[in-house]
Design a protein around this ligand. Structure first.
Ligand SMILES: Nc1ncnc2c1ncn2[C@@H]1O[C@H](COP(=O)(O)OP(=O)(O)O)[C@@H](O)[C@H]1O
Ligand SMILES: [Mg+2]
Length: 557
C-alpha cells in the first residue's frame, strides 16, 4: 500500500517543516555538548584544580540548557501546528469524499466503522505524529552527535557499544507482526463497539419497545470482553518488547563500565572521559530505545493510516464525473427511456426497458406492492443509482449531462419520516439553501404551515431540535421538509409514501398544501392508496418492472 497520496498535504507546509527540522538539529546539538562539558569539568577543572574554569563551565551548562529548553518549546509549538493542519486537512478531505459516495457504500459499511476511522484512527495518527515524529528527528540527531563525540573520545568503547545495537534492531524486527496484528485487532474491536453504540442509541426507542435493554447491555458486555482481551494482548506485546530492550541497554552499560573501568585503572583513559562516555552512552541508548519504541508506535500509526486510506480509496460514484449543466428551477418533462436496472447484489433485474413519460407540471400517482421498485425509480431519477442501460431525460436533456448536486436540489423528495438535523428550526428550513434571505425563509415557513406550531414554542424559530429532529411530530417535520423543498424552487416534487403515517385529515391537508404551492411543478405521488390522492392527472401502477396506466377516478380528477 502506497502512501504517496500524503505528499501533497506535507508539501504544502514544507517551509514550516524545514524550520522545524533546523530547530530540531540546533536543539540536539546543544544537548549533545552537555556531557562533553562535564568531562572538561572533571578532567580540567576538578583534577586540574582550575576553579575559575570550573565555574565558567558550570555557567555554560546552565546557559546551554536554558537555550535548549526555549528552542525546544518553540519547535514543539511550530510542529504541533503544522502536523495538526496536515491531519485536519486529511480528515476534511476524506470526510467530503465519503459524503460523495453512493448509498451502496453506507449500506456495506457500518457508520460506527466510518466514525472510528475518521475519529479514532485520525487521532491515533495525530498522536503519533505530534508525539513521535519530532522525537524521532531529535533522537536520530542526538544519536549521531553522541556517536561522533563518543568515537572521538574512545573508538574502542564505541565499537563495543555499537555491537549491541543490531540486537535491538533484531528484537524489534521480530516483534513487528505481533505489534501490527494486535493493533489492528484492537482497532477493529473499537469499530464494532462504536457501531453498536451508534446503532442502538440511535434507535433507543425501538430497543425499549422490544424490551431488549438487558439483551443489548449483555451484547455490549460481550463486545467489551472481546476488546479487553485484545487490549491486554496488545499491552503484553508492547511491554515485553520494552522490557527486553531495556535489558539490552543495561547489559551495554555494564560491559562499558567493565572495559572502560579496566582502562581507567590502568591509566589509558581519564576519569572524565569515562564519565562523559557513559553519559553519552546513556543518551545514545535512550535515543536508540525510544527510536525503537517509536518504531512500534509507527507500526500502529501505519495500521490507522491504512484504515483511513481505505475510506479514501472507496470508489466514488461513477456519476460523479457527470456533466456540469444546472437543472432549471422551472418544471419540464421527465422521461425514462428503455431504462434497465439491476442492483449489483440481486440476481434479477428490477426494470427492463422501462419507458415512462411524465408531462411538465402534471401530478402523477404511482402505486405498487412493496419492493416493486418505486423508491428505486426515484433514486434513478436523482442519480443515486445509474441505469444499466437506457436514458433518463429531464427537460429533454440526459441526466448524466447534469451536475448531480443541482438535480438533487431541484428534485425534492418528501419521505414518510423526514430526517432533520440537530439545530434550530430555522436552520432546518434553510438547510441546503444557506444563502436564502431570512425574509424568504419565514415567508415559505408561513405558506407551508410551519408557522402555527412554531409560534406555540417559547423560542419560536430558534428552538433547538434534538438529534434527527427529535421533539417534533412526523407531521411537523414534514411541514419543515415541504418548506425546505419550496425554498429550493424545485423542478419536480416526489412524495414517497409521505402521507402513509398521517391520518385522513392530515393527509388531505398535506395534499392541499402541495397542490397549492407546487401547482406549476411536476409532482410524483408514491402511495399505497391511489384513490385517496386528490386531483391526480394520471394513476400508474408499477408491477413486475412494468408501468400500466389506470383510469383516474373521475371524482378526484
Ligand atoms: N440498495 C439496494 N441494494 C439491493 N437491493 C435493494 C436496494 N434497495 C432496494 N433493494 C431491493 O430492490 C427492490 C425494490 O426496492 P424499493 O425500490 O425500495 O421498493 P419500493 O419502494 O417499491 O417498496 C426490493 O426488493 C429491495 O429489497
Ligand atoms: Mg419505497
Amino acid at each position: 500500500m502506497s502512501f504517496n497520496w500524503l505528499w501533497p498535504y506535507v508539501r504544502r507546509h514544507r517551509r514550516a517543516i524545514l524550520a522545524v527540522m533546523a530547530l530540531a538539529a540546533l536543539t540536539s546539538a546543544l544537548s549533545a555538548v552537555q556531557p562533553y562539558l562535564s568531562k572538561l569539568i572533571i578532567d580540567d577543572g576538578l583534577l586540574g584544580k582550575h576553579f575559575d574554569l570550573l565555574a565558567e563551565l558550570c555557567a555554560a551548562i546552565v546557559a546551554l540548557a536554558a537555550c535548549g529548553f526555549a528552542l525546544g518549546a518553540l519547535n514543539r509549538l511550530l510542529y504541533v501546528r503544522v502536523s495538526g493542519k496536515i491531519l485536519f486537512a486529511i480528515r476534511e478531505d476524506v470526510y467530503s469524499h465519503i459524503l460523495s459516495l453512493p448509498p451502496r457504500f453506507f449500506r456495506i459499511r457500518p457508520v460506527g466503522d466510518i466514525v472510528t476511522r475518521l475519529d479514532g484512527d485520525v487521532a491515533e495518527i495525530q498522536r503519533f505524529s505530534t508525539d513521535s515524529v519530532l522525537a524521532v528527528v531529535n533522537g536520530v540527531l542526538l544519536l549521531i552527535f553522541s556517536a561522533a563525540i563518543m568515537a572521538a573520545m574512545s573508538p574502542g568503547l564505541t565499537v563495543v557499544a555499537a555491537c549491541i545495537l543490531p540486537l535491538h534492531l533484531l528484537l524489534r524486527h521480530r516483534a513487528r507482526r505481533h505489534v501490527s496484528d494486535s493493533t489492528r485487532e484492537v482497532r477493529e474491536s473499537r469499530s464494532v463497539i462504536t457501531h453498536f453504540l451508534v446503532e442502538t442509541l440511535g434507535a433507543a426507542k425501538a430497543v425499549q419497545s422490544a424490551g431488549a435493554e438487558r439483551w443489548e447491555r449483555d451484547r455490549l458486555s460481550g463486545l467489551n470482553q472481546g476488546l479487553l482481551r485484545r487490549v491486554i494482548r496488545q499491552q503484553l506485546v508492547g511491554y515485553t518488547i520494552g522490557a527486553l530492550s531495556s535489558l539490552l541497554s543495561h547489559l551495554t552499560t555494564a560491559i562499558v563500565f567493565i572495559i572502560g573501568g579496566w582502562e581507567v585503572i590502568h591509566g589509558s583513559l581519564t576519569v572524565g572521559t569515562l564519565v562523559a562516555f557513559t553519559a553519552y552512552l546513556a543518551r545514545g541508548t535512550n535515543s536508540a530505545t525510544s527510536l525503537m519504541g517509536l518504531y512500534t508506535a509507527y507500526q500502529r500509526a501505519v495500521v490507522s493510516l491504512k484504515r483511513v486510506q481505505e475510506l479514501r480509496d472507496a470508489e466514488p460514484m461513477r456519476a460523479r464525473s457527470a456533466g456540469s449543466r444546472s437543472l432549471a428551477a422551472r418544471s419540464g418533462p421527465i422521461r425514462f427511456q428503455d431504462v434497465s436496472f439491476r442492483y449489483p447484489e440481486s440476481e434479477q433485474a428490477l426494470f427492463e426497458d422501462l419507458t415512462l413519460d411524465i408531462a411538465a407540471g402534471s401530478k402523477v400517482v404511482l402505486f405498487g406492492e412493496s419492493g416493486v421498485g418505486k423508491s428505486t425509480l426515484v433514486d434513478l431519477l436523482r442519480g443515486f443509482a445509474r441505469p444499466d442501460s437506457g436514458q433518463i431525460l429531464l427537460d429533454g436533456v440526459d441526466l448524466s449531462d447534469f451536475d448531480l448536486q443541482s438535480v438533487r436540489r431541484r428534485i425534492a423528495v418528501l419521505e414518510t419520516d423526514p430526517l432533520l438535523f440537530r439545530g434550530t428550526i430555522l436552520d432546518n428550513v434553510q438547510y441546503g439553501h444557506f444563502d436564502a434571505p431570512t425574509d424568504r425563509v419565514l415567508e415559505v415557513a408561513r405558506q407551508t404551515g410551519v408557522e402555527p406550531f412554531v409560534s406555540t414554542l417559547p423560542e419560536g424559530y430558534t428552538t433547538e431540535l434534538g438529534s434527527r429532529g427529535a421533539g417534533l411530530s412526523t407531521g411537523q417535520r414534514q411541514r419543515i421538509a415541504v418548506a425546505r423543498s419550496l425554498l429550493g424552487s424545485p423542478f419536480a416534487l416526489v412524495l414517497d409514501e409521505a402521507t402513509s403515517n398521517l391520518d385522513m385529515a392530515a393527509c388531505h391537508a398535506m395534499h392541499a398544501l402541495i397542490d397549492r404551492h407546487f401547482e406549476q411543478q411536476t409532482r410524483i405521488v408514491i402511495t399505497h392508496s391511489p384513490d385517496a390522492v386528490p386531483r391526480a392527472d394520471r394513476i400508474l401502477e408499477l408491477r413486475d418492472g412494468r408501468i400500466t396506466e389506470r383510469e383516474c377516478a373521475s371524482a378526484y380528477a
